[in-house]
Design a protein around this ligand. Sequence first.
Ligand code: 13P
Length: 249
Amino acid sequence: MRKKIIAGNWKMNMTPSEAKDLIRLLKDGCNTDSSDVVFIVPSIDVTTAAECLKGTQIKLGTQNFYFEDKGAFTGEISAKMILDAGGEYVIIGHSERRTIFKEDDAMINKKLKKAHAEGLKPILCCGESLSLREDGTYKAFIEGQIKSAFEGVSEEEVKNTVIAYEPIWAIGTGKTATADEAEEVCKMIRDCIKAIYSEDAGETIRIQYGGSVNGSNAKELFEKLDIDGGLVGGASLKDDFIKIVNYKA
Ligand code: 13P
């Protein structure tokens, strides 16, 4: 049985002071017994958030990092910095990083390997644009994203990776993939991991769905066999996130 993992990606929202208020609003309501709950905060909020989350089982992460250890990389942060500040997870390859900040598959592969080497738990994002969905090539595209991201990644590391399937057309649009559409791709990704690695790796890896998840649609999505939770954007910034985490209630 895979434990669900429900993560809130705050994106570029919440100053450290606002983060304190949001964590105060959310922390006691989130049931962490049946799911891993992760707040993925702006890097500058990590220290404050770690302080506020002391004594809870809620985990912390950041939305990005750079694969080098240290040095002349103005504006970047390292895996060690995240871990030292209290972060445990990191998102890699979010579609906003891929499109706005031009991160390519080679960089995403380097980041995935570095995260594992440093003991940072990666949430690897994949997902197609509306045009690829409409012309029917989305499955091949996502398979390509998965294959290149995992090049040179060991089976043990794969099992400790979380994949988030986030169709770009469903992000921030209010247009959620149906539970069947999301399940179809999450299953395909699982089969892809089984084909590259093993049955065991495919059954172990956790695969989230992301894209306009909210308190009203979470249950239907998360009850699907191959959907192990969600990566939540907009709804993670308000108390609707509690409803998502406690979708079984
Ligand atoms: P929304 O939930 O706002 O659609 O964002 C999804 C997302 O990009 C999470 O990483």
